[in-house]
Design a protein around this ligand. Structure first.
Ligand code: NDP
Length: 264
């Protein structure tokens, strides 16, 4: 039987949000940035694979609650935490105690932002905000959860990078730097934690049909993609779910492109 261990949490930086988390025997997936787009698809796919879900977002509580309702319809539990991954104190306040009590079996670091501009015009704020969110956020989140995972001697970590981090993209010097940084960080971490039964991999999506890409000039982008279409969030989610759930895994420290051939 499940014992109720979570009730109401005060997330002082964003007000109250109800987080119901019971200690069930299901595996638990922590999905950072699970309220919309690719993260939402990852959450739903992992719930279908049998994971309880702990999803996080920055501010879009309504969207997060819609995802939560969908997870519960699938028959899994779903907790929500709201914080800015760029804020180290906020990340620790939201995650540290809880991961110690119920250690996630899988952690998907998916949240990320763009602030595109040609480098010559790029402001310091555009540079800083993308690096602080996408790359510093990795330290804030993973450093908070890794100790518990090491103690348990098990786990899967999937980092969502980008094709831009592999091959660079004009107008995205800040974003490409942050996403390339994630690849380096994930590979180094993979070397450190493999002996503790923790597998770390990176998924690098190309152009995926989400809010992040809705204003891009599709007519200019499609000719660059051999498959001649944007990817779907579900197509990214299926690879993430494979890396989180596959029993017979000998994939570690790898970057898996989901890009329709954009980077070959
Ligand atoms: P969306 O903008 O649709 O969703 C972003 C998610 O991240 C939301 O859950 C959002 O929360 C959360 N988030 C954003 N900033 C923060 C923050 N500072 N702190 C906490 N949570 C935050 O993005 P996508 O689904 O398109 O992208 C998901 C990931 O995939 C990103 O890392 C992105 O870089 C990467 N990617 C996307 C591609 C694409 O074509 N879409 C291509 C390659 C990589 P909230 O809802 O509260 O804002």
């Amino acid at each position: 039987m499940m014992a109720l261990i979570r009730g109401l949490y005060l997330l002082e930086f964003h007000g109250f949000i109800e987080v119901n988390m019971t200690k069930s025997n299901n595996k638990l997936a922590l999905v950072i940035g699970g309220s919309r787009g690719i993260g939402r698809a990852i959450v739903l796919r992992l719930a279908q694979e049998g994971f309880d879900i702990w999803l996080t977002c920055r501010s879009n509580i309504e969207a997060a609650k819609e995802v939560q309702a969908e997870v519960e319809k699938i028959g899994r539990e779903c907790a929500i935490s709201v914080f800015d991954i760029a804020d180290h104190k906020a990340v620790k306040a939201a995650l540290e105690k809880q991961v110690d009590e119920r250690v996630p079996d899988a952690v998907v670091y998916n949240a990320g932002i763009t602030k595109d501009n040609l480098f010559v015009f790029m402001t310091k704020d555009e540079w800083d905000s993308v690096l602080h969110t996408n790359l510093d956020g990795f330290y804030h989140v993973m450093h908070t959860v890794i100790f518990s995972m090491l103690r348990e001697k098990r786990g899967r970590i999937v980092i969502v990078s980008s094709t831009s981090g592999e091959i660079g993209q004009a107008g995205q010097v800040n974003y490409s730097a942050s996403k390339a940084g994630l690849i380096g960080a994930a590979k180094a971490l993979a070397r450190e934690v493999a002996r503790k039964n923790i597998w770390v991999n990176v998924v690098a999506p190309g152009v995926i049909d989400t809010e992040m890409t809705k204003d891009l000039p599709k007519d200019k982008i499609l000719p660059m993609i051999p498959m001649q279409r944007y990817g779907t969030a579900d197509e990214v989610a299926s690879i993430v779910a494979f890396l989180c759930a596959e029993k017979h895994m000998y994939i570690h420290g790898q970057v898996i492109g989901v890009n329709g051939g954009l980077a070959i």
